[in-house]
Design a protein around this ligand. Sequence first.
Ligand code: NAD
Ligand code: TYD
Length: 357
Amino acid sequence: MFNNLLVTGGCGFIGANFIRHMLYDSDFKGRIINVDKLTYAGNPENLTGVAEEFDKRYLFFRADICDAQAMAKIFDDCRIDSVCHFAAESHVDRSIAAPDAFIQTNIFGTWQLLEQARLRMDQMVLFHHVSTDEVYGSLGETGLFTEHTRYDPSSPYSASKASADHLVSAYFRTYGLPVTISNCSNNYGPYQFPEKLIPLMILNAITGDPLPVYGRGTNVRDWLHVTDHCRAIREIMLGGRRGQTYNVGGNSEKTNMEVVTRICKIMDDSLPALEDRKPRTDLITYVADRPGHDLRYAMDFSRLREEMGWEPVETFETGLEKTIQWYMDNHKWVDRVKSGQYRQWIKSHYGSLTGRA
Ligand code: NAD
Ligand code: TYD
């Protein structure tokens, strides 16, 4: 069992949900040490209240996972015995515009953490690496990705994650580092930075701004509520076979148009009408397609179901309604993210900012 769990990227969307899940909703009794560089996607306000409530069991360090000295000190000072590695540059469109940071953090940074763990092999119980279904490339109209699907990434983001996955597996085979890997489909839920499809559409639909749909909106993603992903990661960390990969999915394939029109319908039913009483679907604007845009993702997660009995709890319908409600209820978080005020707070507490917001 692990006691001193290093969570990297814990101020991002999934990392923050995972820290909350472990501290509030699980029987984990150890300490969480959150290391985050606080790029544009890292928002300490995703963890408001956590440090106060868990002052002995939660520690935060602003640091870059690529910084060997800083990582070595944290591993030693905090007697790290396990890692759950989320930290990454995570947005495909940004990776197309500027791949540099993706190569640096996702590949070099992952290698740096693996080295720190390898140098302390005798104290390491587990290194869990959080990855994506995008490493498998694109499906056609039918079929599912399994853990045996050949890697075939399309974007600099997915290629950098694929590279990191290979390094993690190599450290298991070569050095016997105890690792597990999860490859998950698209997440949605609270605290997601509004550059990704679902939060962007929700926030624009609230204010009546255009809803930009790439191409014809026919690309398909498999959606999973973030709390289901966090439960899956915990199960894999506790019961997963070392050296093994586990697919995590939502059984919830939707075209992008289905997602956007569903958001519009829920919001038309619960918010005041737009000007001229027009439906929010009128805000949909078709824009240029993403280069190398993967057509379809869908996951076979039978390994995780059979070995650990994991299933998603939220359906897309229940999860989406809760998510929309969360963004409507959390005005302060939304306003501070949209206005960039969370970045000013980081600057006043931690000094210089990193990355373009
Ligand atoms: P995110 O962009 O919301 O958060 C990433 C976090 O990592 C931020 O807090 C950022 O500050 C931090 N970070 C970035 N570079 C760093 C560095 N060099 N050192 C330390 N911290 C750094 O991402 P997310 O959506 O929460 O994704 C988390 C992980 O899950 C990623 O590894 C991603 O590839 C994977 N994943 C995401 C999804 C999804 O749908 N969002 C699906 C499957 C897998
Ligand atoms: P995104 O949330 O960026 O996740 P990913 O690219 O990792 O799957 O995009 C999800 C889908 O939505 C993808 O097919 C691209 C599309 N999309 C739009 O149509 N408009 C947008 O503004 C965004 C951000 C994404």
